[in-house]
Design a protein around this ligand. Sequence first.
Ligand SMILES: Nc1nc2c(c(=O)[nH]1)N[C@H]1C(S)=C(S)[C@@H](COP(=O)(O)OP(=O)(O)OC[C@H]3O[C@@H](n4cnc5c(=O)[nH]c(N)nc54)[C@H](O)[C@@H]3O)O[C@H]1N2
Ligand SMILES: Nc1nc2c(c(=O)[nH]1)N[C@H]1C(S)=C(S)[C@@H](COP(=O)(O)OP(=O)(O)OC[C@H]3O[C@@H](n4cnc5c(=O)[nH]c(N)nc54)[C@H](O)[C@@H]3O)O[C@H]1N2
Ligand code: SF4
Ligand SMILES: [Mo]
Length: 740
Amino acid sequence: MSQKHYRICPFCEATCGLELAVDGDRVTAVRGDDADVFSSGFICPKGPAIAELHADPDRLRAPLIKRDGTHVEATWEEAFEEIDRRLSAVIAEHGRESVGAYLGNPSVHNWSLALYGRVFLRALQTPQVFSASTVDQIPKQLSSGLMFGSFLTVPVPDIDRTDYLLMLGANPFESNGSLWTVPDFPGRLKRMQQRGGRCVVIDPKRTRTAAAADRHLPIRPGTDAYLLAAIAQTLFAEDLVDLGTLESHVVGVDEVRSVLEGFTPRAVSETCGIDADEIHRLAHELASAPRAAVYGRIGTCTQEFGTLASWLVDVCNVLTGNLDRPGGALFPLPAAFSAGGKAGSGRGVRTGRRHSRVRGAPEVMGEYPCSCLAEEIETPGDGQIRALFTIAGNPVLSTPNGDRLDAALRGLDFMVSLDIYLNETTRHADVILPGLSPLETSHFDIAFPGFGYRNAVRYSPPVFAAPADQPSEWETLLRLTAVVSPDAKGAGTADLDEFVFVTNLQRALRGPSNIEGRDEGEIREALADRRGPERLLDLALRTGPYGDGFGADPDGVSLAKLEAQPHGIDLGELAPRIPDVLQTPSGKIEMAPPQLLEDVSRLSENIGRQADSMMLVGRRNLRSNNSWLHNLPRLNRGRNLCTLQIHSEDAERLALRDGGSALVSSRVGTVEIPVEVTDDIMPGVVSIPHGYGHDREGAKLSVARDRPGSNTNILADELALDPLSGNAVLSGIPVTVRAA
Ligand SMILES: Nc1nc2c(c(=O)[nH]1)N[C@H]1C(S)=C(S)[C@@H](COP(=O)(O)OP(=O)(O)OC[C@H]3O[C@@H](n4cnc5c(=O)[nH]c(N)nc54)[C@H](O)[C@@H]3O)O[C@H]1N2
Ligand SMILES: Nc1nc2c(c(=O)[nH]1)N[C@H]1C(S)=C(S)[C@@H](COP(=O)(O)OP(=O)(O)OC[C@H]3O[C@@H](n4cnc5c(=O)[nH]c(N)nc54)[C@H](O)[C@@H]3O)O[C@H]1N2
Ligand code: SF4
Ligand SMILES: [Mo]
């Protein structure tokens, strides 16, 4: 007898609702949940692969300890004893700053890690924190932080109501969206076009998204800031600026006007490879559309002007009056764990409170660029990293100069990985602590509702019970907290969890919140049956913007209500949130943050610069997700996806043939890779997807190993960064290409 279960897909930001048919301990079918209030049945090929992930014999189910160079299974007690003994020795000899931590992408998708990872990091008390954010979206978080006051207030296009969408450096037909939680982008685009809306895509490649759009403009990699500056300049110069209702909420417009003066369409045209007339037209279309939105994603972030490009996206949204307007770019209002308060009460964001030891890179959001990790491990002196935690990350494949990092990890005194696979990175770990299968855990998206195309709230209970001896990752993190914390050394998991909860509760009681000043005992009593993430969630939901306030609003949301709604609760269309969403000290949109204005001079200095080599960019494919789903048979079949895409003119000039093999070299490395000739990519640009290179000894990935692919991050240069955010340059890596 098969039973139906509902589970939000944890793989990408679209957060689709899945419907699983389960027979005993087996998943017999997975499809989209048609009744899901947010995704309405949409899924991609990765969703159903959750069943294969659950069943994958290579997925770790017991801790591993490295003994004489080989990983062997151990009990949880043995694993924690080993960590306590060896980590305590490192800390005693070299201090806490000798312990580093790297957090990978799933630590945002897995709420155990998202909520309790911070608890562990706080206890670790080290400045040496790194994450995948600096090969991804940190420029957008920085520009948003400077403009709107919080790293988490990022506006998203109101796609279901807009008339005009300008997209740069994003390919949601393959990625399903990012910093924009928008299941079924293809369907939404089509419906928008049927309503008469238009979409223009700026991308060096004619992607599937670009092909479906109304217009595609190829752009030279790394030059979006020029294009956007020229659009903004045109809006000013041709009197197209119309702030609308934002007028009284914006400061710094004149400074922006004056700093962008020289960036005329004609001045930037050659740099971007886009006609001045086209740029002119984009500005006019944006200004004349009744409702429009500009959206930039990874292609605009992972470049040397990533923060400027991210800023200019929203400058264009503001100047055309489209920010915070229905049909424009709006700030979602999540049901739980959201930023916000009252305009003018915020403190804004700060960066550069400390600098990395070796290179002097400024801290942003409490972390250093992951491009600095290898040098921090290799370089002797006070503060040298001797021990490392990786949490749900595979930096050997996902961060610049993967070979250098790979070698550096070998030199550590001690390494611990929280992961579900023995892969290219975790093979270096002395101890690996496995997480549960996603079907054995409950799920709630902490971050993604903050980027939702619509407001909604959904929770998934576990589909299967966890094996009796295997802890949830929040419990593992609390046990590690007890190992590393100077104040809570040896504390029990329940006591630490209680401490985390009480800290959150007291913050809510202090207010501002809907339980401000209420009796602590009464609220504790109401939550007495819950613990772990569920207790934190119930508190956050009930004290959140739609919450029941523990009786104050009987119609409000609580976890119990959510549990009774397996397809989620719809909370309506996005709505304007200015001024309350603004957490800048001024309570205004800061159009001209000094750091950004200063950085514009770097943009001016490089105007007209032409690359004298080929430029490498990245890409994604629907059947892949970063580095870690290549071990699932249903996703790893069909044609080889890890190829060098190159234009026929370039291929001819370089004597490369389709299906042949090329050697691609950069300042830091060389890879050999099969050639795929396609005129979808612009001349002078080549593209390789990331997340491959599964041929390293010591990993346990029997399916991925058969088709390892090449690691493009052997070519990414760890010295090439956006200096403001510390983000790596992955879009526009200078390379030479020759036949192998
Ligand atoms: N050249 C180039 N490089 C890139 C990019 C690019 O476009 N071009 N993109 C970048 C981007 S956007 C990102 S986000 C990064 C990703 O960088 P990373 O996060 O470092 O890499 P992932 O491949 O996502 O690795 C995820 C790891 O988490 C493990 N894992 C999965 N689920 C769980 C779980 O529930 N618990 C635990 N403990 N572990 C789990 C997996 O086994 C895997 O080891 O890569 C970046 N690298
Ligand atoms: N199938 C699949 N889905 C994923 C992932 C995955 O690995 N596979 N990873 C997930 C993650 S972690 C993230 S962060 C998101 C990312 O989601 P997206 O931002 O949509 O990422 P991509 O699909 O790589 O699209 C980036 C596009 O930018 C273009 N580009 C490169 N350089 C430039 C440039 O300088 N300027 C402009 N304008 N364009 C440029 C590339 O050609 C590419 O088409 O995807 C998520 N979803
Ligand atoms: S688009 Fe695919 S991978 Fe992303 S959440 Fe939906 S089913 Fe999962
Ligand atoms: Mo990402």
